[in-house]
Ligand binder design. Sequence first.
Ligand code: ZN
Length: 271
Amino acid sequence: MAITETIELLGKGLYGEDIPDTLTLIPMTSTLQMEYEGSESLETTLLDSILPKCVQEKIDFRKLLNIDFQWVLRALRILTFGEFHTTDTIFCRSCDDISRGEYRVNITTIPCRPLPEGFKNTLKIRKEDLMDCGHDIEFKLLTVQEIINARKDKAFTIAGKHNIELARVCYMISSMNGKKDMKPFEVRLEVDKLSGPDWVLLKSSMMELLEYGLEATGSTKCPKCGEEAVFIALVDERFLFATVGDIREWRNSGGRGKAKNISADTAAANG
Ligand SMILES: [Zn+2]
C-alpha cells in the first residue's frame, strides 16, 4: 500500500465548498517523475497531471492560493524524495561572505508563517501609510490561476512591454479610492492616478503585509565557520527535482520512516 500523508492547508476555511481543509498526498511514482522531467511546461504538468494523481481529493489546483500551492509542493517533495535539497549558494552573516559550491541543506528549516486566525483574505494598507492617496487600499492573496492570468494579461503593458509587477499589483487590489470589488483593469485606471511616492509606498506596504506562507530562505551551517547561515530556496514548479545525493542522504538517514508528520516538522521549525 502506498504511503500517504495528510496536510492541512494554510488557507483552511477560505475555500468554501471547492477545496477541503486537508489534502491527502501520495508520493510521485517513477512514471509521473518521467512525465515531470520531460515536461515542456512544468507548471501546467504539475497542475493538470501530477498533482491530480498525487492528491486523493479531487480539486481544481488552480484555485489554490499560491501560498498553498507552494505548501503542497513542499510536502510532496518531502514525501517523495525526502527533506534534503542541493543548493549552490550559502550566505553567512558571521563571515559576511557567500560560499559557492554544492551543499546539502534541509528543506524543513524553511519557516512557514501561517495566516492569522479568522483571516478572510483581505489585507489593508491604511491611508496614513501612503502620502497623497486619501483612501485605504484593500488587497488579497492570489490564487495560482490569478497569478498565471496576471502573467499573460496584455492590459498591463508599459512602453510596449508587459509589466508583471503592475499586473500583479492590479490583480491583488480589490478596493481603492472608495471603489469595491474592482476588476484588475479598473484597478489599473486608479493605479495610473497614483503619485510617484504613493506607488513606491504601496508596493512596499504590500510586500510587508504579504509575508505569509513559506519564506524564501532556510537555515543551515556555514561551510567556512560553522555558524548559522541561510540558503535560498524558492518553492516553485522546479521544487520536485531531487539529486541522487539528496536521495542517498535521505535513505542513509532512515528515509521514509522519518518523512511522516510533514506538517508537524514545520511547526517545530517555526517554534
Ligand atoms: Zn561563516
